[in-house]
Design a binder for this molecule. Sequence first.
Ligand code: GLN
Length: 338
Amino acid sequence: MYMNTSNEHIQAFIDKVYKKVKPNKSGNVATYIPQLAKADPNLFGICFVTCDGRVFKAGQSNKTVPIESISKVFSAAMAADELGVNVINEKIGNMGSSLPFNSVIGAVLTPTHTINPFVNQGAIATTSLFYQKNKEAFRKKILSNMDKYAGRKLSLNKPVYKSEGATNSTNMALSYLLKSFDRFYGDVDDTVDVYTSQCSVNVSAEDLATMACVFATGGVHPHSGDRIISKNAAKYTYRALRGEGLYEYSAKWDTDVGAISAKSGVGGGIFIIIKGVGGIGLVSPPLDKMGNSVRGIQAGTILAKKFNPLFKAHATFCKNKKTRRKKHKKNKKTQRKV
Ligand code: GLN
């Protein structure tokens, strides 16, 4: 089936998905960060930004949630861009994980300890790659990097930052563990504090879709046309994220939607990068047991499948195969006649 890419068709499809998924009330908002327990379980927003800058929205697409784990993608991308892909590969690595995103056992037993840049171990260590003594300059470096992707100044959710800062013993423990393995690259207290603020930045579905789209274009902002990161760093991020962004659900996602990179956060956000097509942003706080937004995964799966160019290539391939078969039959008939 070819995708009709007219604005009306895309908007109608997104509206249909929104209506279908909205009544799904399953899942629970995160509670291990006390402030996240106050999130509105009814909040649901979808946005799709195409590589040519078109924007499609449904529901509360401009209401924000804390970005949480999705922030890890931007620090990893900055490391690939500014320090080099070989540096992030060596200092953090990219191993699969079937354990929860902040597993202490994972940090001990995984040979690299840092695992990958998208679980807490590798993510906090990635932030530590930018450590500098001046903590506010360090924070600004990490936070302002995300503004470039969003194309606007993102605000810090202070209550979430404070709440997470007061309850982040697991992240502190993970960081000290990594330090003991020589896999942490800055001061633990300052780095965990900056990491906590990077996770507490507010984003809407529209921000997430725009930010995802920067990777979909290969590093260029879909609205301004400015280059945000090198093509090579965008490629690294897209590839490294594949099979890692949705925790233990990642392999199933990959099988279901076909090679599309996505990242979720415990604030209820999900962003999906469809290379050469665009970015999808979804916001809905109730999470499944793995920590992914329930409505986000349900709607994201339908939308990603629909907009996946690989499915189109497959359709083209099938169509060509049919035409080839038809031609072949016709040729055979004519040959027989001769
Ligand atoms: N800030 C959260 C943490 O470090 C992010 C986790 C997540 O979104 N999976 O625990």
